[in-house]
Design a protein around this ligand. Structure first.
Ligand code: TRP
Length: 454
């Protein structure tokens, strides 16, 4: 087995930008604003924060600390830490990473297409049939595939350059740029006449809209946005220096991610309201592709300076997708490097091919292969469902059990306290340990059982 040394991230800022870049992605832009608006605004955000503190952040800390302690990718972690029988956790995580890469890269490809269309000023007419254009595009066999190959190619290009010069450097540039672009869009949105209604709809708490589903959605969103259960936090953890404070950097990542998600909500929901009122129609709120590729282009077409906002928006969407997909790609690449001991270059080629196989099926499942249904879902939706509900959840649950019940408490505290050198008070570390051992696994099990039963 290779020695524990490996290329590490160079700076604290770099680590934070890489983690935040992985966290901030399509989930923040097309799911969080919608979930918040539909589930009682600030009431949803409150529940989301509670679950973040009790379940999602402790799960993130677990992946992170195991990665840093083992300094390897998820498949070899149990071996390194002396429990080779737990290898199956890595298999779950790698399957979830490959499933996510299947549909995520396809959407990444769509963002490239929409970015180029916005640059060519194709979203100028508020009477255009954006729904028709979108479904025609995604169901065509070649163009979305070519865009997907380009998107994944960009990730491979960054990955060739390694941890410090590739992932860290790209994240240090992309994450702040993304942030500035989204803030600019939010400013444009809230200065539109009529935006206030949308802002109220997004943010004023309404506890009557809260149900068990709200809780499930909030937890699911926390897991997806922090990127848990696919080995991505674990691999970034393995590249982190031993003086980085794991608890602090996990909380900072979750806070930046939430802040970005709220700004994204402010950029999106008030604009939809303002434009609908101006046109005398009722605002339509969708999540996912419908929201970003159909509703928003028509909103941009109706707003002053809409052309620029459209470019900024699709630019943000593409960048957000890129740094997120990069972390998942790295989880698979590092797994190939650690298991086969091949060079990074070769591993990147192999990973590129591995990612393109499910992505090709996902892309074709929007058109020529739309009749292929498993469990009633097309391949795209199937991989989304399986990764989010089964593989990510189970990999996270087993990692929590591994850390809380199989590894020794002293080792966990030793890693969290940077071998006793960190200044975090002991009561905080003990609380984190209790969350990892009892609260988070119970929370994940409850949600998984609810999903299975209902
Ligand atoms: N967090 C990203 C988003 O919100 C996606 C992502 C990155 C992810 N790494 C992950 C999802 C690992 C699941 C697992 O879009």
């Amino acid at each position: 087995m290779k020695p524990f040394s490996r290329e590490l991230f160079g700076s604290r800022f770099g680590v934070l930008m890489a983690l935040a870049g992985s966290a901030i992605g399509l989930g923040n832009l097309w799911r969080f604003p919608y979930l918040t608006a539909q589930n009682g605004g600030a009431a949803f955000i409150l529940i989301y924060i509670v679950l973040l503190l009790l379940v999602s952040i402790p799960t993130m800390i677990t992946e992170y600390l195991i990665g840093r302690r083992s300094r390897t990718s998820i498949i070899l972690t149990p071996n390194r830490l002396g429990h080779p029988k737990m290898k199956f956790i890595g298999i779950f995580a790698i399957i979830s990473a490959i499933c996510i890469m299947g549909f995520y890269n396809v959407v990444g490809g769509w963002t490239i297409k929409y970015l180029t269309s916005s640059i060519m000023l194709q979203f100028g007419s508020d009477t255009a049939d954006y729904a028709g254009q979108f479904s025609e595009y995604i169901s065509s066999p070649y163009m979305p595939l070519i865009h997907t190959f380009i998107f994944t190619g960009l990730i491979a290009f960054i990955s060739f350059k390694g941890v410090k010069k590739g992932i860290e450097k790209a994240s240090k540039i992309i994450t702040p740029t993304l942030f500035i672009a989204t803030v600019l869009i939010a400013i444009r949105a809230i200065t539109l006449p009529g935006a206030y209604e949308g802002l109220k709809y997004l943010l004023v708490p309404d506890f009557s809209k809260v149900s068990i589903d709200t809780i499930q959605n909030a937890l699911g969103q926390g897991f997806f946005t922090l990127g848990l259960g696919a080995g991505t936090i674990l691999i970034y953890g393995s590249y982190t220096k031993s003086d980085e404070n794991i608890t602090n950097s996990s909380i900072s990542t979750a806070a930046l991610d939430l802040f970005f998600a709220i700004v994204a909500g402010i950029a999106i929901i008030p604009a939809i309201f303002a434009i609908s009122y101006a046109n005398g129609s009722t605002p339509t709120l969708d999540a996912g592709p419908q929201l970003v590729f159909v509703t928003l282009p028509s909103v941009f077409a109706s707003m002053p300076f809409g052309d620029i906002v459209a470019i900024l928006f699709f630019f943000s969407l593409a960048l957000a997708a890129l740094t997120s997909a990069m972390s998942i790609f790295e989880s698979i690449t590092a797994f190939i490097i650690d298991v086969t001991e091949k060079s990074r270059d070769k591993a990147v080629y192999i990973c590129y091919l591995i990612c393109l196989i499910p992505a090709t099926f996902c892309s074709l499942s929007q058109g020529v292969m739309s009749d292929v249904r498993i469990l009633g879902l097309n391949i795209f939706d199937l991989l989304d469902m399986l990764s989010a509900n089964v593989f990510m959840t189970l990999a996270s649950l087993f990692l929590l059990i591994f850390a809380g019940w199989i590894l020794k408490k002293e080792d966990i505290i030793d890693e969290l306290s940077n071998h006793g050198k960190a200044t975090t008070p002991m009561w905080i570390l003990s609380t984190v340990y209790i969350l990892i051992k009892y609260v988070a696994p119970l929370g994940v099990t409850a949600i998984f059982t609810y999903w299975l039963l209902f």
